[in-house]
Design a protein around this ligand. Sequence first.
Ligand code: BMA
Length: 314
Amino acid sequence: MNTRHPELLRRHNPNPILTAADWPYPVHSVFNPGAALLPDGTTLLLCRVEDRRGLSHLCAARSANGIDHWRIDPRPTLVPDPEHYPEELWGIEDPRITFVPELNKYAVVYTAYTRDGPGVALALTEDFRRFERLGEIMSPEDKDAALLPHRIGGQWVLIHRPVSALEAHMWISYSTDLRHWGSHKLMLEARRGAWWDANRIGLSTPPIETPQGWLVIYHGVRRTAAGCLYRLGLALFDLTAPERCLKRGDEWFFGPEEPYERHGDVGYVVFPCGCTVAPDGDTLRVYYGAADMSIALATGSISAMLEWLEQHSG
Ligand code: BMA
């Protein structure tokens, strides 16, 4: 019997690919980047950068091969603007990027750290230099959000993760104007008890559209006596009714193993917010925050993930 777990995501060597030491200005840590593949083939990462006050802003890094020789903006790319957007009082974090063909713009959905906790904010951009803010679209406490790339049944679709007293599940909401959201539906529930994804889950990268459905990488937070473990699982959702779960993997498939994932400001965390799909339509590059300290890369195959889900959904 083969007792080894299949490796659905292979870590780049050397990882991490970006750290605070690479930054052109003084920063404390860089992690949890959103990702986009630009039309000219450039990989863009919109990185969460934490300064020494403890507040985060976003900074773009560009690379021709998506691996190295990153060109990092010399100054912060998108900074909190609490004067005009009070919800950004304590910083902006964890961007998730979706290209929206209908608008010919990228939607950047990010966490705005408000006086009342984290909420969800949306900005549109064509070039990652100028941004049009639509403001806070989900009130606190809510985060781990991303927009789907096109309307379904005439409505825009947002996945997000509101928090109740004890539990945090993934929800889906609909809108006709990107500003006002309703028709809220529970999309994926955290499991209970000893499960790796008990009590608290959230979207990782924006969903990946495949002929079989929306492939979703999500994180599960397992609370232990020693702290929290952030690990990744897979689920598949209906293309035309994305709140309908078709398959859900029982086991996590990627978790903190390497020293840079186990040690940092928040150890035992792998936290992807962005991925790119290569022109072959199958090769997936996942960019993830490691231990809330640095940015790492792992590569996988969409068809292998779908195959795994076929075999591992209970
Ligand atoms: C989550 C988010 C992430 C962070 C992770 C681990 O709740 O706040 O930004 O990486 O916790 O600290």
